[in-house]
Design a protein around this ligand. Structure first.
Ligand code: ADP
Length: 697
């Protein structure tokens, strides 16, 4: 079996791994894109550089060619050294890349030379003479080629501590197909780059002449540093010499947005990542909400399932849309048989269906039903009817729309049963109380009447005796008095005897009534002390609630069952409890204060073992109140029949209680309670093992 928790964990981990995979894929994709964009950008830069380098080489080449043409023009015709000199100076003023221009004859002797006006002589330090061989070689090549030839470049140290890489170009001077001399130009490589390359070099781009092995000979522009350098190399193939033109560039430096594509892709990637992050955050929040919602739903479900009240929802058409398990259990019908059912509902007793139908129609017509609910009768599946209390309320959804009706249904059959039992027991106790009171009255009357009856009887007997004595004494006189007096005496005697007899009979009648009343008291049984309290509790709590009294019960469970007339003892307990509660009520009224709080009005019913000796054990019952207490005057007459301080009191309660307890062999007394009030207590004998069943004592 898989636990839901484990299932949840594996689902969560799968979800997380999916997210991780997505993030990795997106990152990889973005990385690739950026890399590709970068590569594209570099290839673009590279090709632009290559193009620029080619153009630079072309520029240099055409610049050199132009110089050759200018030189040819300079040498054409008959030139005097002076005119040559002036033209040559003009030329050098114009062409800054030329350091020196020499006119040499066919044996390479210098006929004239002009040096650039823009700087001091290049050959100032070393002199031109040391280079005669090189010039010779170059010019030989030029002569062989019948055109311009270039020497290898060489380094000329300068006075300022730096040096200059220079290059000679030799152009043979031909007059009518005959070699008449040479023009030798010394170029500064540095100035060739600066002057011959047509366009301005962008920032970050360096143009240089290098040798084949990479040694830099001259540089124009910013030399590039750093790792991301683009290099384009082109060969400048000159007759007699080959130079490498090298162009270097740093990526992205020249333009404002050098790597637009890369930047775009990066920005889009960042945006994508941000969206991904927001999505993930949103997802996390959703998950949390989902989780919370799940928990709330589970909690609600648990609540609905565990609640004992039946819950039922109907839509506006009267169809059942929801029932909870308690409702299904109550009516004994499964939820699936109830859902979507309309009228008549399966739990309506057929004989009441018409009435219920009318009620539903009234409700559906929009008439609101009482909030406090109404009583109704439902039917279980087995046909038994049971009373229910239904509370209905309109079902309003989240947007405030009335969508149906929600009902809470309480099965009140148990409540009704308890009420019935309590009513019956109240009736029984009241009848018993009345009977007991009548009995007590009869007993008191018999007690009170016995004495006057006994007095009548003895007076009658005394009178008869007196008459008899008189008759005996008067016998001798009888003759003289006349015969009439004798029968009178006899009649009197007879009458007296009748009086005595009737008085005796009345005494017997009263005794028999007394015995009859007493006989009822003789039925005793072994009863658990707690059961006596339980029997009167419904009545006591009823009155306690009415008077705002709290009832406390303290029962020592070790108490043995007591041997008693159950009904009479219950009556005693009830009477004492009622007196106690009334005393607290009276105390509250006398104090004139506001109604005392229920905490102050406490009636304590206590049962505990009383002192016992070897032969018998006793159980003590006590009823303590916090009422007005009992004054000395009242205490003197407390148990006197018909003594009462209450307007509607009979004054028989306590005397009856005492009689009942004394008949059981117990003792009923009272004492003041602390801090106020009275404790009435009585004792009853504990039942011996052989007293188990009810019997007449
Ligand atoms: P009744 O309750 O009808 O008056 P009772 O014989 O039961 O008759 O009580 C007699 C009188 O004893 C009462 O009127 C009352 O004044 C007084 N009495 C009884 N119980 C208490 C009590 N717990 N506290 C104060 N007075 C009491």
């Amino acid at each position: 079996m898989r636990f839901p928790f484990a299932k949840g964990v594996s689902r969560a981990s799968r979800r997380w791994s999916l997210w991780a995979l997505l993030v990795v894929l997106v990152l990889a994709l973005l990385g690739t894109l950026v890399w590709l964009a970068g590569r594209y950008e570099s290839s673009m830069v590279q090709s632009r550089l290559e193009h620029d380098a080619t153009e630079a080489v072309t520029d240099i080449r055409s610049g050199l060619t132009r110089n050759i043409q200018t030189l040819q023009a300079l040498q054409s015709g008959d030139r005097t050294p002076e005119s040559w000199h002036a033209s040559a100076a003009d030329l050098l003023r114009e062409r800054r890349e030329i350091m020196r221009l020499e006119w040499r004859n066919e044996t390479l002797d210098v006929l004239g030379f002009v040096e650039t006006p823009y700087r001091t002589s290049v050959f100032e330090l070393l002199g031109r003479g040391s280079l005669q061989t090189d010039v010779g070689l170059t010019c030989t090549t030029a002569g062989r080629l019948s055109g311009a030839a270039y020497s290898t470049s060489y380094f000329m140290p300068q006075r300022d501590g730096l040096g200059l890489e220079v290059l000679d170009m030799c152009l043979p001077i031909m007059v009518a197909g005959r070699l008449t001399g040479y023009s030798v130009i010394t170029y500064s490589l540095q100035d060739m780059l600066g002057e011959l390359v047509g366009r301005q070099l962008a920032r970050g781009i360096g143009l240089s002449f290098t040798e084949a092995d990479g040694t830099r000979l001259a540089l124009q522009g910013m030399p590039s540093r750093g790792s991301r350098i683009y290099i384009a190399q082109q060969l400048l193939d000159l007759p007699g010499n080959t130079l490498v033109v090298r162009m270097e560039s740093r990526l992205g430096t020249p333009a404002l947005f050098p790597n637009v594509l890369t930047a775009l892709v990066t920005a889009m990637s960042l945006a994508l990542l941000a969206v991904l992050y927001l999505l993930a955050r949103d997802m996390r929040r959703r998950l949390k909400v989902e989780h919370d919602l799940g928990e709330a739903l589970a909690f609600r479900k648990a609540m609905e399932d565990s609640v004992l009240t039946g819950l039922r929802a109907r839509d506006l058409q009267g169809r059942i849309t929801y029932v909870n398990p308690a409702f299904c259990k109550m009516v004994g019908v499964d939820a699936k048989d109830l859902l979507n059912q309309s009228f008549p509902s399966p739990y309506w007793p057929p004989e009441l269906a018409g009435v219920y139908q009318q009620r539903q129609e009234i409700r559906l017509a929009g008439n609101s039903l009482p909030r406090e609910g109404h009583e109704s009768v439902f039917m279980r599946r087995d046909g038994t009817r049971f009373p229910v209390l239904i509370m209905e309320a309109p079902l309003i959804n989240a947007v405030g729309k009335h969508t149906g009706w929600m009902s809470a249904i309480l099965d009140v059959s148990e409540q009704r049963r308890v009420e019935e039992i309590s009513r019956a027991s109240q009736d029984r106790l009241q009848a018993t109380a009345r009977l007991a009171m009548v009995g007590e009255m009869a007993s008191l009357l018999s007690h009170e009447l016995n004495q006057p009856l006994a007095a009548i009887s003895s007076y009658a007997t005394g009178s008869i005796n007196l008459l008899q004595d008189r008759m005996d004494y008067d016998q001798p006189l009888a003759a003289s008095v006349g015969p009439a007096s004798a029968p009178l005496s006899e009649d009197l005697q007879l009458a007296m005897r009748r009086i005595a007899e009737q008085a005796e009979r009345a005494g017997k009648v009263i005794k028999s009534v007394h015995d009859f009343v007493r006989r009822r008291d003789q039925v005793r049984e072994a009863v658990e002390p707690r059961a006596l309290l339980d029997a009167i509790m419904p009545l006591v709590t009823l009155q306690a609630r009415k008077l705002g009294v709290t009832v406390a019960i303290e029962v020592d469970e070790t108490c043995a069952p007591v041997l008693c007339d159950r009904t009479m003892v219950e009556q005693v307990l009830l009477n004492l409890s009622r007196n106690g509660m009334q005393a607290m009520q009276a105390a509250a009224f006398e104090a004139g204060a506001a109604e005392p709080s229920p905490r102050e009005k406490v009636l304590t019913l206590r049962i505990r073992p009383a002192a016992s000796n070897a032969q018998s054990r006793w159980v003590e019952f006590s009823v303590a109140d916090c009422g007005e207490g009992i004054s000395v005057e009242v205490a003197e007459q407390l148990f006197t029949p018909f003594f009462t301080t209450k307007e509607e009191g009979m004054g028989l309660g306590l005397s009856l209680c005492r009689t009942v307890i004394e008949q059981h062999g117990g003792f009923l007394g009272f004492e003041p309670a602390q801090p106020r009030g009275t404790i009435f207590s009585f004792t009853l004998p504990a039942a011996q093992p052989h007293d188990a069943g009810p019997h007449a004592a």
